[in-house]
Ligand binder design. Structure first.
Ligand code: HSE
Length: 296
């Protein structure tokens, strides 16, 4: 049996649309077992117990790539901390777990980088799967169908607050809200902000996030799909947050504060309670190690 813990992630981090993401110590934990034939699920919601299950589909991609004779598999979910369809990388977590599980069941013919390539092929963009695979903050960029990445550890000194609503938003719907064409000046704006954001994480100069972590490529276009987006982001900034941005395709809003900023935490928590939408505050810690695997 193989047990795999895969972290939640946040993608984009303001201006780094489709190319930046980071990982949290919030996990889904899965187990995989070879069985003589067929497909069995344990601890998986009824609606996902079928061959279209995203974990199973990732496993099949991995088996096929290795020309491995298809075996029966049992897929179990031991712990499910990552909320579904909230922009916190739950589908990436499933894909990464399925690929790691399948690879280990086959005797590990593939490297982590091979599995990452497969994950990007399945997901279509690398910003969530890269931190889910490697932990830390990861920049990744596509070139001729392949994703190239570079990761760094996230330094101490900051805390993450996720504002998670009760309602869900599919990535598909959130991507449909984006324009085909953007003004040249918005592209230039985002290049500068994305580079500056990454430099903050590289140097640990997190104060600069107040200016760096801003976006003109996707958040404005998507904010209509998320009631209270502007109210919440404005409130967090007013209370002194370092930055606040849409987590992936949303609807979760991610906020970074200086470590120990208790007043901001309390203030935003109280504010969220006054809003419709069932917004909850979840405190998250950085994850610099990525998935954890136990075989046996
Ligand atoms: N970069 C993606 C988006 C993240 O914003 O659509 C969702 O997977």
């Amino acid at each position: 049996m193989v047990r795999v813990k895969v972290p939640a992630t946040t993608a984009n981090i303001g201006a780094g649309f489709d190319c930046m993401g980071l990982a949290f110590k919030l996990y889904n934990e899965y187990f995989f077992e070879e069985i003589p034939e067929g497909l069995e699920f344990v601890g998986v919601k009824e609606e996902f117990c079928n061959e279209q299950n995203i974990i199973y589909e990732a496993m099949i991609r991995c088996f096929n790539k290795a020309n491995y004779k298809k075996i029966g598999v049992k897929i179990g979910i031991i712990k499910e901390e990552i909320p579904i369809s909230r922009g916190l990388g739950s589908s990436s977590s499933c894909i990464v777990a399925g690929l790691i599980g399948a690879n280990i069941l086959m005797g590990s013919p593939f490297s982590n980088d091979d599995l990452f390539d497969l994950a990007v092929e399945i997901e279509g963009h690398p910003d969530n799967v890269s931190p889910a695979f490697f932990g830390g903050i990861v920049v990744s960029s596509m070139e001729e169908g392949k994703a190239y990445y570079n990761r760094i550890d996230i330094k101490d000194g900051i805390e993450f607050l996720a504002f998670i609503p009760e309602f869900t938003l599919s990535t598909e719907k959130a991507r449909k809200a984006l324009p085909e064409v953007i003004p040249f000046k918005d592209g230039v704006y985002n290049i500068g902000k994305a580079a500056l954001t990454l430099s903050c994480f590289y140097s640990g100069n997190f104060d600069l996030l107040k200016v760096a972590c801003k976006d003109k490529l996707h958040e404005n276009y998507r904010s209509n799909l998320i009631p209270n987006f502007d109210n919440i982001t404005n409130k967090a900034r007013e209370l002194g947050a370092l930055c606040v941005f849409l987590s992936g395709a949303g609807p979760t809003i991610m906020c970074i504060i200086k470590k120990g900023s208790i007043d901001i935490k309390e203030g935003i928590k109280k504010y969220l309670e006054t809003l419709d939408g069932g917004w909850k505050l979840l405190e998250l810690e950085k994850n610099n190690i990525g998935p954890e695997i136990v075989e046996g």
